[in-house]
Design a protein around this ligand. Structure first.
Ligand code: FBP
Length: 555
C-alpha cells in the first residue's frame, strides 16, 4: 500500500451517511416509477433520436423489497473529464452495492477515462484495492481522461469489450458532455439489443450540471470550500498588510457558480459574474472601469488593498472576446493542416489577423502578446479554448494598472496600486472530499447499483433533498433524455444536456447582488477556514451557500 497521511488513515474509517432508503441490503431495493417524461425542449426531434430510451419515467428508490436478491453480475466503470472530489466514493458505493447482491459480482475500472473501454484497458476492482481509496480525493483509483465516446464505431468497440468481460452495465461518471454521450451509448446499446445497461453519474466541480432533479454535481462542495479557505486567508493577509490588490482567477470552464459560491463564503470587494457580463453586454474596458472605480473609492478611504474574483470562463462571455474566440475556434478547426505549418507565433498571428473579421482582428490586436498566444493554444477534445490556460487575471491587472496611471496623471487618483495574481483550480479538484461530498458520492454509487439491479438504462443517478441531513435524502434515477435539448455544435444541431449557467434571477445571485456594493467599499471579508471532517455537524456537514439558497430558502 502507498504511504498515507494520518488524516487519510482516519478517513478510511469514515462511514458515509446515506439516505434511509439505501440503508438496507442494496440488492433488495426496488424502485417506484413516476409518469413518462419529456425532454426540456425539442421533444419531437429527441423522440426520434432516442427512439428506445426517450420518455422513461423518473424512478425513486422505494421502501419495498425485491424478490430473490440479485444474481452475480459484472459492471464496468469509467471516470470521464476533470477530477472532482468524491469520485472514489462513487466507485466504493457501486462496489459495496454490487457485492452485497452477490459476492461473485465483479467491478471493472476502465483505465485513463473513456479511452480505457476503447483500448480494453481495465483492472478488476477488489475489496482490498478499493479500501485504499475510500473517502479520499482524486481519480487515481483508475485515472480519468477526456476522450469523447460518441461515434457508432466507438460504441461497437465498447460492445465487444463489454461482451468480452461479460458486463451487464457500464457506469459513466462525468459532466454534461460525458453524460450526453452516455445517453447516446445507452440508446445505441438498446437498438443493438445488447442488454448492456448504461448509467451516468453527475460529476464536475464547475457545478453546471444541475437542474430540477440534479441539485448539484459532486465535487462542487469540496472544491468551493477549498478555494474559499484560500481566498479567506489571502483576504486576511491583504487586510493585515494593506498593500496588495489580489486578483484571483477561479476555475469553472463556463458558468460562474464557483466564483459566486466563493463570494458568498468570503465577501470579497469585487466578483465578476460572467453571465451578468453577457446579459449587460459589457466590454472588456467597461469591466476594467468598474474595477477601477472601486479601487479609487477604496483608496479615498485609505484602503489600497482588496480582493477581486475572476471566473475562469469570463473571457468567452465578454461580447467582443466571445465573437473572437468563436472565429478562432472555427479558423483553427477548418485550417488545421495549414495552421500546423506556421512555426512561429508571428507567422500564426499574421495569418490569423488576415482571416479574422475586422472587429475580431481589432479585438485580437488590442490584447497583450501573452494573451494572444494563449488564445491560439490547442483546443480541448470538444473544440473548446482551454480557459484554464488563459491568464485573464493578469490581463485585468495590466488594464487596471494602465487606467489607474491615466487617472493619476489627470489628478483623479492619488492611491497606490500593487497587485498579486493567483489561479485556484487544480488545488481543489483532488482535495479530500468534504463530509458532504463523501456522503453524497457514496450515496450516488449505491444508487447506481440499485438502478442497475432494477434493469434500468439511460438514467443518471440522482440524490435529492440535499439541503437536509443525509437520512432525509431521496435517491433515484432521472432519464438522461429528460435533461436534453438540441444545440448547435460545430455547425450541426446535436442533442445535449442543457448546461446550467448562473441564473441572474436565482437566489444565490440575488443574495450576492444585494450585498456586493457594501462589500466593494467596506472591508467585510469572512474567513471560512479549512474544511473540517470531525466535529459538530454545523461545521462539518453544512452544504454550500448556493445549495442552501436554492433548496431551502434560508441562508
Ligand atoms: P469537467 O467539466 O470535466 O468536470 O472539468 C472541469 C474543469 O476543472 C474546468 O473547471 C477547467 O476549465 C477544466 O476542467 C480544466 O481541464 P484540464 O484538467 O484538462 O486542464
Amino acid at each position: 500500500m502507498a504511504p498515507y497521511s494520518i488524516l487519510q488513515k482516519h478517513r478510511y474509517e469514515y462511514a458515509p451517511k446515506i439516505p434511509v432508503a439505501l440503508r438496507r441490503d442494496a440488492s433488495s431495493i426496488t424502485v417506484d416509477f413516476g409518469d413518462p417524461t419529456e425532454s426540456v425542449s425539442d421533444q419531437e426531434q429527441l423522440k426520434q433520436i432516442f427512439e428506445k430510451t426517450y420518455g422513461k419515467p423518473i424512478v425513486t428508490c422505494s421502501t419495498g423489497n425485491r424478490e430473490g436478491g440479485t444474481k452475480s453480475i459484472n459492471v464496468g466503470v469509467i471516470l470521464s473529464g476533470g477530477q472532482a472530489p468524491g469520485g472514489h466514493n462513487v466507485i466504493a458505493g457501486i462496489f459495496d452495492g454490487l457485492t452485497s447482491g452477490s459476492k461473485d459480482s465483479k467491478l471493472f475500472g476502465f483505465l485513463g477515462g473513456p479511452s480505457g473501454i476503447l483500448n480494453d484497458k481495465s483492472i478488476e476492482l477488489t475489496q482490498e484495492y478499493i479500501d485504499q481509496f475510500r473517502n479520499t480525493g482524486g481519480f487515481d483509483i483508475i485515472g480519468s481522461g477526456r476522450t469523447k465516446l460518441e461515434s457508432e464505431d466507438q460504441f461497437d468497440r465498447a460492445i465487444d469489450v463489454c461482451r468480452s468481460k461479460d458486463l451487464s452495465a457500464v457506469v459513466v461518471i462525468g459532466g454534461d458532455d460525458s453524460n450526453t454521450n452516455a445517453a447516446l451509448m445507452a440508446e445505441y446499446f438498446e437498438k443493438k439489443d445488447t442488454g448492456i445497461q448504461v448509467i451516468g453519474v453527475p460529476k464536475t466541480i464547475d457545478g453546471d450540471l444541475k437542474n430540477e432533479h440534479i441539485e448539484v454535481s459532486f465535487g462542487f462542495d469540496t472544491a468551493t470550500k477549498t478555494y474559499a479557505e484560500l481566498i479567506g486567508n489571502i483576504a486576511r493577509d491583504a487586510k493585515s498588510a494593506k498593500k496588495y490588490w489580489h486578483f484571483i482567477k477561479l476555475m469553472g470552464r463556463s458558468a460562474t457558480h464557483i466564483a459566486l459560491e466563493c463570494a458568498l463564503q468570503t465577501q470579497p470587494n469585487v466578483t465578476i459574474v460572467s453571465e451578468e457580463i453577457r446579459e449587460t453586454q459589457k466590454t472588456l474596458y467597461e469591466i476594467v472601469e468598474d474595477i477601477v472605480q472601486i479601487i479609487v473609492k477604496r483608496s479615498e478611504n485609505g484602503e489600497n488593498f482588496g480582493i477581486v474574483l475572476v471566473p475562469e470562463g469570463l473571457i468567452e462571455f465578454i461580447p467582443e472576446m466571445g465573437i473572437l474566440i468563436a472565429e478562432l475556434n472555427d479558423l483553427l478547426a477548418d485550417n488545421a493542416a495549414h495552421y500546423g505549418t506556421l512555426n512561429t507565433f508571428e507567422a500564426q498571428s499574421e495569418w490569423i489577423n488576415k482571416k479574422l473579421s475586422k472587429d475580431s482582428s481589432y479585438a485580437f490586436s488590442s490584447l497583450p502578446n501573452d494573451i494572444q498566444r494563449q488564445l491560439l493554444m490547442d483546443r480541448d477534445p470538444h473544440g473548446n479554448v482551454q480557459v484554464s490556460r488563459i491568464e485573464t487575471e493578469k490581463l485585468l491587472i495590466e488594464l487596471v494598472e494602465s487606467r489607474l496611471k491615466e487617472l493619476k496623471n489627470g489628478g483623479h487618483y492619488s492611491g497606490t496600486f500593487s497587485s498579486q495574481h493567483h489561479f485556484f483550480g487544480y488545488e481543489g479538484r483532488c482535495a479530500f472530499p468534504s463530509n458532504f461530498d463523501a456522503d453524497y458520492c457514496y450515496s450516488l454509487g449505491r444508487t447506481v447499483f440499485v438502478l442497475i439491479a432494477n434493469g434500468l438504462t439511460g438514467y443518471m443517478a440522482s440524490v435529492k433533498n440535499l439541503a437536509q441531513p443525509a437520512e432525509q435524502w431521496v435517491a433515484g434515477g432521472i432519464p438522461i433524455t429528460m435533461m436534453m435539448n438540441l444545440e448547435q455544435r460545430h455547425g450541426k444541431m446535436k442533442p445535449v444536456i442543457q448546461k446550467a449557467l448562473v441564473k441572474l434571477s436565482g437566489k444565490p445571485f440575488k443574495k450576492f447582488s444585494s450585498l456586493r456594493e457594501e462589500w466593494a467599499i467596506k472591508t467585510a471579508y469572512t474567513y471560512p477556514g479549512a474544511i473540517q471532517y470531525y466535529g459538530p455537524a454545523e461545521v462539518c456537514d453544512k452544504p454550500t451557500r448556493t445549495l442552501i439558497l436554492e433548496h431551502s430558502g434560508t441562508s
